[in-house]
Design a protein around this ligand. Structure first.
Ligand code: BG6
Length: 479
């Protein structure tokens, strides 16, 4: 490192991220009710079931519910400063519309927080991460119904009152913009996607935005020091060609995501979004009280997930790209992961700069990583995974984070996704692994659930210890 090499600020929050439904298992223990995930054995790629079925890996997941101490000890060994996890709503309110919370569920997260405190790891809590109580989906059609705002307020208040003194950073809805693409998983909307009207879909969006502002209000009333963030699925869209119409198409695609941040940060719907709704014939029911809530209770910071970029074009000859819940068009200049997600480290610098320029709020990268097939091999200290591909991916993305910080962007921290192998959200596979820690569990449900340190485990430990100084500029990293 030379004197001119940019660096990470002191206190940068290095860590990892998970979600309850993808790690905890124990789907019917401790008084937990069912969530939408318990009837999604194939993620978003297969139809949901009526009841939980044995082929649903999330029912046991990686058994974090019983092994959290061992897992948090491993996070501490890597030197985590922060751990992002979600609270399973149906552990706290098993049906979702009860008056009183389930004490056993609350006590579980007390124990998780105790363990984090033991190691001085800061918690970052997602209130709702794709795990709406199933009863709310089936009885109310999830967020399509305004009564959800009240249920969520009660749930959020319960969490802030119980954990507010111990948890500084909170996120309201994971990837809130994903409801436009996956209404059941993201919004608990039971009506099949093909039958769901745009009127109901956008009304659900509005209810979530109001609920997010309401939660922010409650948090700040309880303790003005609590930091509440929104969480956006970030994908930069590039024009496929310099044709101005492609440039505009890419801008429109990005605005579908920007709109959610615009409301959270600026406190009102942007004109371009209102125009889009009008053109669709959607008339949102927005009360004066809603408007005031949105305007007065904006977020403290903006968080986002970043895995990939995509392209847009007006051309009819589109080659649709795979990717994280929203597709776009294939970018011929980029390599892709084994699951077809475009690998674009520079896109992360682009997003960081764009969001900072637009909103001027501190940013938190709360998901990033490479889903890949890992092979467990013998190592000097026991079984391990030689995951140089994952180290390269993360190294190259973090080099771009460092560049963005040098550009003047305020970045609070970085929590890599699936810091321990977990069940994939989109495909419900175990074989799509993201972790520094290998978990012996397989797509057919077999495995001992033993944990093993991958090569990336040691790499991340050294990276954190050096506050990012061990990153390397690799030639052709963007190719
Ligand atoms: C994000 C979600 O979209 O991407 C996570 O917030 C998810 O829940 C992650 O696991 C990676 O996606 P996948 O489909 O590979 O699990």
């Amino acid at each position: 490192m030379t004197a001119t090499t940019p660096a990470f600020p002191d206190g940068f929050l290095w860590g990892g991220a998970t979600a309850a439904n993808q790690v905890e298992g124990a789907y019917n223990e401790g008084g937990k009710g069912l969530s939408v995930q318990d009837v999604m054995p194939g993620g978003i790629v297969r139809p949901r079931t009526q009841e939980p079925t044995p082929d649903n890996l999330k029912l046991e997941a990686i058994d974090f519910y019983h092994r959290y101490k061992e897992d948090i000890a491993l996070f501490a060994e890597m030197g985590f400063k922060v751990f992002r996890f979600s609270i399973a709503w149906s552990r706290i309110f098993p049906l979702g519309d009860e008056e009183q919370p389930n004490e056993e569920g609350l006590a579980f997260y007390d124990r998780v927080l105790d363990e984090l405190e033991r190691y001085g790891i800061e918690p970052l809590v997602t209130i709702s991460h794709y795990e709406t109580p199933l009863h709310l989906a089936r009885t109310y059609d999830g967020w399509a119904d305004r009564r959800m705002v009240g249920f969520f307020e009660r749930y959020a208040r319960t969490l802030f009152e119980r954990y507010g003194r111990r948890v500084r950073y909170w996120l309201t809805f994971n990837e809130i913009n994903s409801v436009l693409h996956e209404p059941f998983m993201s919004g608990g909307i039971n009506t099949p996607k093909e039958e769901l009207s745009e009127q109901d879909l956008y009304q659900a969006v509005h209810h979530e935005l109001v609920a997010s502002a309401a939660a922010t209000r409650i948090a700040h009333e309880i303790d003005p020091g609590i930091q509440v963030g929104c969480m956006i699925l970030a994908i930069p869209f590039y024009p496929l060609t310099p044709d101005p119409r492609d440039v505009w198409a890419a801008k429109q695609a990005e605005r579908d995501n920007y709109a959610f941040g615009d409301v959270h940060v600026r406190g009102a719907y942007p004109g371009y979004f209102l125009r889009k709704l009008a053109e669709k014939g959607v008339e949102l029911e927005v009360t004066e009280a809603d408007r005031a809530l949105l305007a007065e209770h904006t977020v403290d910071f903006v968080s986002f997930s970043y895995y990939m970029s995509s392209c847009e074009t007006v051309s009819q000859e589109r080659e649709s790209g795979g990717g994280n819940l929203m597709g776009g068009v294939v970018n011929p200049t980029l390599k892709v992961s084994e699951w077809g997600w475009a690998i674009d480290p520079l896109g992360l610098r682009t997003i960081l700069n764009d969001y900072w320029d637009r909103w001027g709020k501190p940013l938190f990268i709360v998901e990033n990583g490479l889903g890949a097939k890992d092979v467990l091999v013998a190592g000097p200290d026991g079984p391990t995974v030689k995951d140089g591909y994952r180290i390269d991916y993360m190294n190259d993305h973090l080099v771009q984070v460092r560049e963005a910080i040098a550009d003047g962007v305020q970045v609070l921290g970085y929590t890599s996704w699936g810091c321990i192998d977990l069940v994939s959200a989109s495909t419900a596979q175990m074989s799509k692994r993201y972790g520094f820690i290998y978990v012996d569990r397989h797509d057919d449900g077999t495995g001992t659930l033993e944990r093993y340190r991958k090569r990336s485990f040691y790499w991340y430990r050294d990276l954190i210890a050096s506050n990012g100084a061990t990153l390397v500029e690799r030639t052709g990293a963007q190719d």
